[in-house]
Design a protein around this ligand. Structure first.
Ligand SMILES: *Cc1c(COP(=O)(O)O)cnc(C)c1O
Length: 389
């Protein structure tokens, strides 16, 4: 008989009942070091006191009103995201896929409003991940996510990630925009070079395309800057955010320049729950912490420590780990053997990680880890890797 919870995930037989900082506790009281962060969501770890306070106070005041009215928390959060980025304006939703959908609709409507409805296609990088709605699996272009779901929405072309020649050659009179993750997460931690991101900007400018970066996973400090695009000297026209923004509370955001976003006028797009006061209070609290002077410097410093230790481990165990790659605290261990076996051995030893494409184990620790957590993770990693799983 089918599970009462629809079996869309191959779940580990583990249920956590409590979280505290970088640790999770299962039903039997066993403690795990959480280098998964709910897939880059628990950016400030579990039960951060500032987030508990903000969400608790909001819960005792007002939960939901609707986007038929002004939502002050949205105005505050949007103003902060705008101040910290290239963007002029923000649409709030509840997930990464919804944020991407907003960006895709914006790209199409922009050209339609400018008298070019034929410019409706988006070029994306193959092996991307943009979510599980029909349009976002089409944008991601991964066969395994599209199989059986035909007809898949049309309007997407795919080229190899990192290849500017292919991108340029794929532009046609129907092209409306470009969509790329600065670091491909689910696809296996493939990191764009600065030159690649700059080159995408140049191609977009040359052909009048809107450039969209999917920072659902890379955003909010994951790579050591608030947004990954800030490593390169370029800005997109549209950027999607979600995972780390709510610190565990569901939220998505599509941020854009005025130029790109003017197409989405009143009545053209919407969300019942998007920008709900509870989500706004929590995300504003996340930013309170992340925007404190020195926060990103600490993320950067601890990431450097972790990288150094991981590289040493990889060099000493080239028969198990082929490569350490990524940026900041978004790290992929490319495995020689089956990455799923390494991931489950780490879990048995008390360290939670996340799988990814391309035979990679992802390390996505909360941004609040300190040296002691790095030591503890490396003790587990070294022991497990030395056992040659
Ligand atoms: C997780 C992810 C998404 C989808 O987010 P959901 O909240 O699951 O819809 C989109 N883009 C990227 C880059 C992601 O990592």
């Amino acid at each position: 008989m089918i599970d009462v919870v629809m079996p869309t995930y191959a779940r580990a037989d583990l249920a956590f009942v409590r979280g505290e900082g970088v640790y999770l506790f299962d039903e039997d009281g066993r403690q795990y070091l959480d280098f998964a962060s709910g897939v880059a969501v628990n950016s400030l770890g579990h039960c951060h006191p500032h987030l508990i306070k903000a969400l608790g106070e909001q819960a005792g005041t007002l939960w939901h009103t609707s986007n038929l009215y002004r939502v002050p928390g949205q105005e505050t959060l949007a103003a902060r995201l705008v101040a910290e980025s290239f963007a002029d304006t923000v649409f709030f939703c509840n997930s990464g896929a919804e944020a991407v959908e907003c960006g895709l609709k914006m790209i199409r409507k922009f050209h339609s409003d400018n008298g070019h409805p034929e410019r409706c296609r988006v070029i994306a990088a193959s092996n991307g991940f943009q979510g599980r709605t029909l349009a976002t699996v089409a944008a991601g272009g991964q066969e395994k996510h599209m199989a059986g779901f035909a007809p898949i929405p049309d309007g997407f072309d795919h080229v190899a990630f990192g290849n500017l020649n292919e991108m340029r050659a794929a532009v046609t009179e129907q092209t409306a925009g470009i969509l790329v993750e600065p670091v491909q997460g689910e696809g296996g931690i493939h990191t764009a070079s600065m030159d690649y991101l700059k080159g995408l900007r140049d191609i977009a400018d040359e052909f009048g395309l809107l450039l969209m970066f999917d920072e659902v996973q890379t955003g909010l400090g994951r790579t050591g800057k608030l947004f990954a695009y800030q490593w390169a000297d370029v800005a997109p026209d549209i950027m999607t955010l979600a995972k780390g923004l709510g610190g565990g509370f569901p939220i998505g955001a599509c941020v854009a320049t005025e130029h790109a976003a003017q197409a989405l006028s009143a009545g053209t797009h919407g969300s019942t729950f998007g920008g709900n006061p509870l989500a706004m209070a929590t995300a504003n609290a996340v930013l309170d912490v992340m925007l404190k002077p020195g926060f990103m410097d600490r993320v950067d410093a601890i990431a450097e420590t972790l990288w150094k230790r991981l590289r040493e481990m990889a060099e000493a165990n080239t028969d198990v780990i082929e490569d350490v790659r990524g940026a900041g605290l978004m790290i992929g261990l490319k495995c020689v053997g089956d990455s799923a076996v390494l991931k489950s051995a780490l879990q048995d030893a008390g360290l939670l990680t996340v799988g990814a494409g391309d035979n990679v184990v992802r390390l996505l620790p909360p941004l609040i880890i300190d040296e002691s957590h790095v030591d503890e993770a490396m003790d587990i990693l070294n022991a497990v890797v030395r056992s040659k799983p």
